[in-house]
Design a protein around this ligand. Structure first.
Ligand code: ATP
Ligand code: MG
Length: 847
């Protein structure tokens, strides 16, 4: 680039005439040299004519774009035109002056060469700005009349009053921006920067900058037309600044994209390498690898023939689907289940009965009868098993195993008495894994039997899941809470249970998910229930019930000392002797912090104590802690249960009964009052149907015996009765409150109070007989708990007394009655026959 501006010129001179070369898309600035290609006949003629002149000068003018913006866009540097485009677009024929910008450039042709096929290539340099006044000829060449315009030199600008410092500062700013631009762009030619920085004339720097910025036609034309040097510099500075900002931003974006690309390339490269390595190692793609792995698992697993067939079928299905598909996932999960189920695997049973006794004693206090039943059960189990081993004929192998296992035992009793833990002990004695299936609230058959695989998220049922967890086909499975199984539109889980427990059927139990028969006959099922009356009767038929009842205070004490406390101390991570709880404290805990037939809450309370002490130990305490009874309130908080109190029945019409609930035995009071001028019998206290009937029977009996009891008959005519059983929030039912109701009514009508040291239980009929009831042990324990001294029981329940712990038996006087008269004679303080009937009851003073 050279700048050859004549310093002196006369711009006031008259119009000059010269050839015109109209250019499309190009504005030639003074001092700038560019290559152009002329192809159109008239342009070629212009060039040829110029070359014949001495100065080889001509006027170059830009053609106005038809729609300026469009052209500007296509002229932007992103779409740098290639040669063909230049040929066809740079030269156009024009017919009138209005088609070109009148401000144009006087240029000189430095070089001309013909390209093959006719076009001419030129190197031209802009010299001066001119203004075209007239287009005097358009053919065969263009000729214009023009005047030269003043050049924008620094000197001229200063002469016209420009500020040198401002001009200098602007030029300097442009230069430093160029330096910055060169720093950003690693490909910026060093020589170019050199030329720019050494530029002396600010206008030259501006024009060069404009060219380097590859500004569009309209912008460049505006630069050419600019008459103030300062304005020109400011404009160029702003443009350059904007451009650099854009460059910087682009650089950042490009840098980020590049980073991403680099990462992708790296991953691609690593994957290729991994593939190579896998190929070298003979490992192929993951899908095939997985199939191979599944095949080898199939080979290792000892599967029954049917299962193996199924696995193979599924494997070939898996081969056909893509691994990422949902179906592929479903098949894979299914195959996992098939391969992991213990179809054949089992553990050897330990049938040593002495060992069984030791383990049962180790885990549980007392429960002698229960333990004996369990041992009997295990003994039968052992004998049958031995018999089977001796039968080696093929016929024997066809006998379902469950014939040998025998009936299913079921522990029944209140919560926390050790049903579940007995099951665990049985598993321990046999050396089998223990799994528990809680049936509480189960309504959906599919929970037990699984969902067909066609359902999304299908799973095997709980039975198969338990076996899967157990990893052998002969675990002990506890079916917990058989009495809480429900039934609704989703099927009847109880029927599934029947199938599971039926030896005729359970060797081919079909889970809907597995869709294959599984032999459950090796499983030892144990059931538990709180309330047998809620177990579906067909199910009950299959069960061998072993009943457990609540513990007495004394038994609880022993269980706490020997089992619960050591276990909790251990659980809290304390040394064995860390905690010493005297009997008095334990008794307080049992009486005031628990209210239950079992020992679960007791165990929890002891656990709380242990954790409190553990905190002290963790903070450096080393001495064993002695828990005085007085410390209980601080450690366990205020007393949670107030002992049921014996009432002082000074008033006639109140009798103490004994009831049996799921929580164990309870004492209950029955109150009767007369309603003068009333008629009916009103009953309150959430009494069930059977209990309501007992009340009717009681009133009718007293009525029918009014005469012999010395009661005025008019009482029944003129009064209604109200019988209330307090603790109304608890529903009560059962026939065993009959004797208590009669006693309450008789006491009311005879105006004789009932002895408050006496409690009673028994069913009645209209003939005045006292019929036997259940739950003797629980009821007696409840009476003992509150300090009752005498208990009236039906004669036929005398045999049940053996179940009552001896220490309790010794502290209570039992009176067995088979007639109501005996009950009344022993219950009322001043019985009408007290003296004569006193001994009609068969007194048992001690066990
Ligand atoms: N006789 C006992 N000797 C030692 N520990 C016992 C005895 N009875 C119960 N336990 C303990 O009491 C806790 C509660 O017993 P378990 O969970 O077996 O009760 P459950 O009868 O199954 O009750 P639920 O009906 O509520 O399921 C267990 O930690 C158990 O070991
Ligand atoms: Mg349990």
């Amino acid at each position: 680039m050279t700048y050859a501006a004549p310093l002196f010129f006369n711009w006031q001179n008259k119009l000059e005439t010269n050839l015109l070369l109209p250019l499309r898309n190009v504005v030639l600035l003074p001092g700038i040299t560019i290559p152009v290609v002329a192809g159109k006949p008239r342009s070629v003629a212009v060039v040829e004519s110029t070359m014949l002149t001495e100065k080889k000068q001509l006027i170059v003018a830009a053609i106005r774009p038809p729609a300026e913006q469009k052209i500007e866009a296509s002229a932007s540097r992103e779409n740098a035109p290639d040669l063909d485009e230049i040929i066809s677009s740079q030269f156009s024929e024009i017919e009138s002056l209005s088609e070109i910008y009148p401000v144009a450039t006087l240029a000189v042709i430095h070089k001309m060469s013909r390209l093959p096929g006719g076009p001419i290539q030129l190197i031209i340099e802009g010299l001066e700005r001119v203004k075209i006044h007239d287009l005097v000829q358009t053919s065969p060449t263009y000729i214009v009349k023009f005047k030269k315009l003043p050049l924008l030199t620094k000197k001229a600008a200063l002469d016209q009053g420009g500020d040198e410092q401002t001009l200098e500062a602007l030029a300097q700013a442009i230069k430093s921006l160029w330096t910055e631009a060169a720093a950003i762009n690693p490909h910026f030619p060093e020589e170019l920067l050199g030329v720019l920085l050494s530029s002396k004339e600010p206008a030259q720097l501006a024009y060069q900058t404009s060219v380097l910025l590859q500004q569009g036609v309209a912008t460049t034309q505006a630069i050419l037309e600019e008459e103030s040097l300062e304005k020109l510099l400011r404009q160029i500075l702003a443009d350059l600044q904007k451009e650099i900002e854009v460059q910087k931003l682009q650089g950042e974006i490009l840098g980020e994209t590049k980073k991403e690309l680099d990462q992708q390339q790296k991953e691609f490269f690593l994957r290729q390498q991994l593939k190579k390595i896998q190929e070298e190692l003979g490992e192929t793609d993951p899908d095939k690898q997985e199939l191979a792995e599944l095949r080898s698992r199939l080979a290792e697993a000892e599967l029954p023939e049917v299962v193996e067939k199924q696995v193979k079928r599924e494997l070939s299905r898996l081969e056909r689907v893509t691994s990422a598909s949902a179906e592929g996932g479903v098949i894979r999960t299914y195959l996992d289940w098939l391969l992991e189920m213990p179809w054949q695997k089992q553990v050897e049973d330990n049938l040593d009965l002495d060992n069984a006794r030791t383990i049962l004693d180790e885990d549980h206090y007392g429960l002698e009868k229960v333990k004996e039943r369990i041992i009997e059960h295990l003994a039968t189990f052992k004998l049958k098993k031995l018999a089977q081993q001796q039968l080696t004929t093929s016929a024997a192998s066809n006998i379902p195993h469950s014939y040998i296992v025998g009936t299913v035992i079921c522990f029944a009793g209140p919560p926390g008495v050790g049903k579940t833990s007995l099951g665990q002990s049985i598993a321990r004695t046999l050396g089998r894994p223990f799994e528990r299936i809680s049936l509480g609230g189960l309504r959906d058959e599919a929970e037990l039997r699984g969902h067909r695989r066609t359902y999304i998220g299908a799973m095997p049922g709980r039975i198969i899941q338990a076996l899967h967890r157990a990893e052998v086909r002969n675990p002990v499975i506890m079916l917990d809470e058989l009495d809480k199984v429900g039934m609704d539109y989703r099927g009847d889980p109880a029927s599934v249970l029947l199938e599971i427990l039926d030896p005729q059927q359970n060797h081919s139990f079909r889970d809907l998910y597995l869709d294959l028969d599984f032999d459950l006959s090796h499983v030892l099922f144990i059931g538990t229930a709180n309330d047998l009356s809620h177990v579906p009767p067909p199910l009950l038929d299959r069960l061998e019930i072993i009943e457990l009842s609540g513990y007495s205070q004394q038994e609880k004490l022993k269980i706490a000392q020997k089992y619960l406390l050591p276990r909790q101390i251990n659980k809290a991570g304390l040394p064995d002797n860390a905690l010493q709880i005297p009997e008095s404290t334990l008794n307080l805990i049992i009486e005031y912090y628990t209210h239950e037939a079992g020992v679960r809450k007791l165990e929890q309370q002891l656990g709380t104590l242990c954790r409190k002490v553990a905190v002290d130990y963790a903070q450096g305490e080393t001495n064993p802690q002695f828990i005085h009874p007085e410390r209980l309130e601080t450690l366990l908080g205020a007393k949670q249960f107030l002992k049921e109190e014996i009432r002082s029945h000074s008033k006639p019409g109140v009798a103490t009964g004994l009831a049996w609930t799921l929580q164990g035995g309870e004492i209950l009071f029955i109150e009767a009052v007369l309603l003068p001028q009333g008629e009916n019998l009103t009953l309150t206290g959430q009494l069930g149907e059977v209990m309501q009937e007992s009340a009717e029977i009681a009133r009718s009996y007293v009525w029918s015996q009014a005469k012999s009891l010395g009661i005025d008959l008019s009482v029944f005519k003129n009064n209604g009765f109200h019988i209330h059983v307090p603790a109304g929030a608890i529903p009560k039912d059962g026939p065993s409150a009959g004797v208590t109701m009669i006693t309450a009514i008789a006491s009311l009508l005879m105006q004789e109070p009932v002895r408050n040291d006496t409690a009673m239980t028994g069913e009645i009929n209209l003939s005045g007989e006292v019929l036997p009831i259940g739950g003797v042990r629980e009821k007696v324990l409840a009476a003992h708990r509150v300090g009752i001294k005498r208990v009236l029981l039906p004669q036929q329940n005398q045999k049940d007394l053996v179940d009552v712990p001896a220490d309790v038996r010794q502290q209570i006087e039992f009176v067995f009655c088979d007639r109501i008269e005996q009950v009344l004679a022993n219950a009322l303080v001043n019985s009408w026959e007290a003296k004569s009937h006193q001994n009609n009851g068969n007194l048992v003073v001690s066990g």
